[in-house]
Structure formats: structure tokens, C-alpha cells
Design a protein around this ligand. Structure first.
Ligand code: 5GP
Ligand code: ZN
Length: 111
């Protein structure tokens, strides 16, 4: 198993875990781009939003992100969700993950 997020999900690489259920974990991003920057990912390896196997995961991933945002008190003020996909989308880790950014007023909008 060489994928870094698989290793994080398995607990082989330490992370600041804020949420876990049977299928997903949420961790703090190691290089936060906002006051609160979380990554939500399936425990099982799926490469990206458009991979085979992603269809069963994508909607649950989004719903889990909302649950995590509520748990972390981000929902009332608002937060942003980003899923970088493949090379042109800026994906650097090829294990599906959703960014939650919040905890402050976000300024930029897109690229
Ligand atoms: P991407 O660029 O693929 O959308 O996002 C990958 C994210 O994973 C980046 O924001 C990066 O900071 C984060 N990241 C990469 N390696 C690690 C790690 O070992 N631990 C944690 N917590 N985050 C990581
Ligand atoms: Zn993986």
C-alpha cells in the first residue's frame, strides 16, 4: 500500500483526525490554506471524483463533509468545499479527498 492517504486512513501515518465513521475520515490539512482546513476522504482507495467506484462514494463524501462542517462549528458562518480532480484540477494526492475551508471570511473565489 503506497498511497499516503491510505496510510493515513490505516493509522500508519499520524494525522490530526477530527472525524471518523465506518467509511470516511476527516483530518486537518498539514498545510492549511485557511484558519480551518480539513480533508474528508474515504478509507477505501478511490483515485478521484471520476474514477470507477467513485459513484457510490461521491454523494456520501459530500454529505459527510456537511456533517463534519457542522461538527466543527463551520456551518452557521459558512465554509467552502473544493475537490481538485486530476492534473489540471490541481490534484496532488491521487486518493479522493474533499477540502473543507472555513473558520474565517474567505476572499478569493476560484482560480
Ligand atoms: P490536493 O492538492 O490533492 O487537492 O490536496 C492534497 C492536500 O493534502 C494538500 O492540501 C496537502 O497539504 C495535504 N497533504 C499532503 N500530505 C499530507 C499529509 O501527510 N498529512 C496531511 N494531514 N495532509 C497532507
Ligand atoms: Zn489511497
Amino acid at each position: 500500500m503506497s498511497c499516503i492517504f491510505c496510510k493515513i486512513a490505516a493509522g500508519e501515518i499520524p494525522s490530526a483526525r477530527v472525524f471518523e465513521n465506518a467509511e470516511f475520515i476527516a483530518i486537518r490539512d498539514i498545510q492549511p490554506q485557511a484558519k480551518v482546513h480539513l480533508l474528508v476522504m474515504p478509507k477505501a482507495h478511490v483515485e478521484c471524483l471520476d474514477s470507477s467506484g467513485a459513484a457510490e462514494v461521491n454523494s456520501k463524501l459530500l454529505n459527510t463533509a456537511v456533517e463534519v462542517a457542522r461538527q466543527e462549528d463551520l456551518a452557521a458562518d459558512g465554509f467552502r468545499v473544493v475537490v481538485n480532480t486530476r492534473e489540471w484540477g490541481g490534484q496532488t494526492v491521487a486518493h479522493l479527498h474533499l477540502h473543507i475551508l472555513g473558520g474565517e471570511q474567505l476572499r478569493g473565489r476560484f482560480a
